[in-house]
Design a protein around this ligand. Structure first.
Ligand code: AHG
Ligand code: MN
Ligand code: MN
Length: 314
């Protein structure tokens, strides 16, 4: 704490981005998204919890909150003047915008991940993937930034522009101020988050999970990808999986706006993210709706998953 009577200086998000030398139009995009999150928070706290009466390109029923959160983000990106194209979990096509002078960016996002958890008051989040230029249908390795906002007991924002992973907390003025820099995943053990139905796990994944339990990993699974990944990042260890399932070889999670941004952040924190055979970030997307199995977290646990899958060849 500083001297009595003085308030500790707080680095806000824009200042931090400037200090890290981030390109000014990328700063604009990231700050526009952080502003949009304040309206998303408001819609979560007070909005309609019902269904929107529509479904997304996965045939999943959309909630009013999904559609509202998507509209909030889309409007911000369109008005930013530096977003050339976007893809959202809640839209069927790539949407293109007029882009002013200077560097332009493209964004793939999940406006409200875990939205079905809001009515049971569990934590949810917004997931963002950012590319330079006017194309998002690229390998995750090409991302220039990734971030998420976690709407939990505290609202936090985690971002990386390829120079470490940094966490911000929302203060009473709804400003994001720096909590910690260079978050790292360097521990072993801890927790495991097994998504999907265990009875549909292949033998390789089943043997892997048994090995995690034998090595003392504790099960922690909220059903929300953002809080489940955030827990691994902030504790610095653990593994999340939503594996290939019998009858569902590509698992459930979406490559462009769930797996790629989280894989970028976890690799930046010193962890790993794999589809069981190769790094998530090296997967060539064949369409905006592409899904992939995922094992993401500490390097050792991801390598062990790949070993079991290779041994069982499933
Ligand atoms: P979304 O709410 O954006 O559709 O995503 C939900 C995802 C993700 O948050 C979570 O990891 C996964 O669904 C949970 O799936 P199951 O309910 O099948 O476990
Ligand atoms: Mn999602
Ligand atoms: Mn969603």
């Amino acid at each position: 704490m500083g001297e009595p009577g003085t308030t500790k200086f707080q680095t806000d998000l824009r200042r931090h981005l400037r200090q890290r030398g981030v390109e000014r139009n990328l700063i604009r995009i990231i700050c526009e998204i952080s502003e949009a999150s304040k309206y998303i928070i408001n819609s979560i706290r007070t909005g309609d919890l019902g269904v929107a009466g529509t479904s997304n390109l996965y045939g999943e029923e959309q909630l009013a909150l999904d559609v509202l959160s998507d509209r909030i983000l889309q409007k911000r990106l369109k008005n930013s003047g530096v977003c050339a194209s976007m893809v959202s979990e809640e839209n069927n096509d790539i949407i293109r915008f007029e882009c002013g002078g200077g560097d332009c960016y493209s964004v793939a996002y999940d406006p409200l991940d875990g939205s079905s958890l809001v009515d049971v008051n569990l934590a949810v989040g917004t997931i963002i993937s950012i590319y330079k230029g006017d194309n998002v249908l690229l390998r995750g390795r090409e991302q220039v930034a990734a971030m998420y906002i976690l709407y939990g007991p505290r609202t936090t924002l985690v971002y990386s522009t390829g120079d470490g992973v940094h966490e911000f907390g929302m203060n009473q003025l709804m400003e994001y101020t720096l909590v910690q820099e260079n978050v790292t995943i360097d521990g072993v053990g801890g927790i495991y988050s097994p998504g999907g139905q265990r009875n549909l796990y292949t033998s390789g994944t089943e043997k892997y999970v048994l090995s995690l339990e034998e090595s003392g990993h504790k099960l922690r699974y909220s059903g929300g990808f953002v809080p489940d990944i955030n827990q691994i990042l902030m504790k610095g260890r653990g593994i999340f999986m939503y594996p290939h399932l019998k009858g569902r070889p590509q698992g459930k999670l979406r490559l462009l706006y769930e797996l790629n941004p989280m894989a970028f952040l976890v690799e930046q924190a010193g962890g790993a993210a794999s589809n069981g055979l190769m790094p998530i970030l090296d997967i060539e997307p064949d369409g905006i709706e592409m899904c992939a199995p995922v094992f993401i977290g500490c390097c050792e646990d991801v390598a062990t998953a790949e070993k079991f899958i290779a041994e069982e060849s499933v």
